[in-house]
Write a protein that binds this ligand. Structure first.
Ligand code: GDP
Length: 216
């Protein structure tokens, strides 16, 4: 598991600075045609509905309501772009796997995500959020396949780690890491987080700061 110990002081400070800065809503896109023009570096967050994506984005940026948390899973069918410092853009991908979603919605979602992931040179990494209580699900495999085909660098972030014991967390981590080993575009490691306790948030910030340094 990637922890703060895996990052240099400069990266940890860089992460703190990046996310201590002002983050603002940039735009929302419900179709490829309405995607914002590519500028800086994009880091996207994907995951099943209710995985804790909005909470994680809010914890990262230190804003309580930048990304809208919702009690209606599957509601947001748009990519939401947030602008930060150093031309860094965070992208909140619409949650998937909501059982009650209409088939036509699922098809539209799949198309939009596919087109975004395949055509976005600014996209430096996708963090795939996985609920620490549940681990990888079949619906996650589909997006992992798409990420692999698009050769987009990606890494798993476990969410809601406050809800599992250390033993469960270790077991789930090993399982996810084993699944990622067969995927060349995937990071073989993962970051365990809790938006509730703040665990793992500084490490995720540092990982993003490292990415910004590498790519700019
Ligand atoms: P999203 O649909 O993926 O954006 O998920 P949300 O951020 O809206 O969170 C879904 C639910 O999980 C909400 O009830 C949150 O309060 C809860 N949640 C999110 N993050 C955490 C966490 O780190 N720990 C716990 N215990 N609950 C969380």
């Amino acid at each position: 598991m990637s922890t703060l110990a895996d990052f240099s002081h400069a990266e940890i400070d860089g992460g703190r600075r990046l996310f201590g800065s002002e983050w603002t809503f940039l735009s929302a896109a419900g179709s490829v045609a309405s995607l914002p023009r590519q500028g800086g570096l994009e880091v996207a967050f994907a995951g099943r509905s209710n995985v804790g994506k909005s909470s994680l984005i809010n914890a990262l940026t230190g804003r309580r309501a930048l990304a809208r948390t919702s009690n209606t899973p599957g509601r947001t069918q748009e990519l939401i772009f947030f602008r930060g410092p150093d031309r860094l853009v965070l992208v909140d991908l619409p949650g998937y796997g909501y059982a009650a979603a209409a088939k036509s919605k699922v098809t539209a979602w799949t198309r939009l995500i596919h087109d975004y992931l395949h055509g976005r040179s600014a996209l430096a990494r996708v963090y795939l959020l996985v609920d620490a209580r549940h681990g990888l699900k079949t619906v996650d495999e589909a997006i992992l396949d798409t990420l692999g085909q698009a050769a987009v660098s990606h890494e798993v972030v476990l969410t809601k780690c406050d809800q599992v014991s250390e033993a469960e967390l270790a077991e789930r981590s090993e399982f996810v890491k084993a699944a990622m080993r067969n995927r060349p575009a995937a990071f073989p490691d993962l970051i365990a987080t809790s938006a509730r306790t703040g665990a793992g948030i500084p490490a995720l910030r540092a990982a993003i700061a490292r990415l910004v340094r590498e790519r700019t």
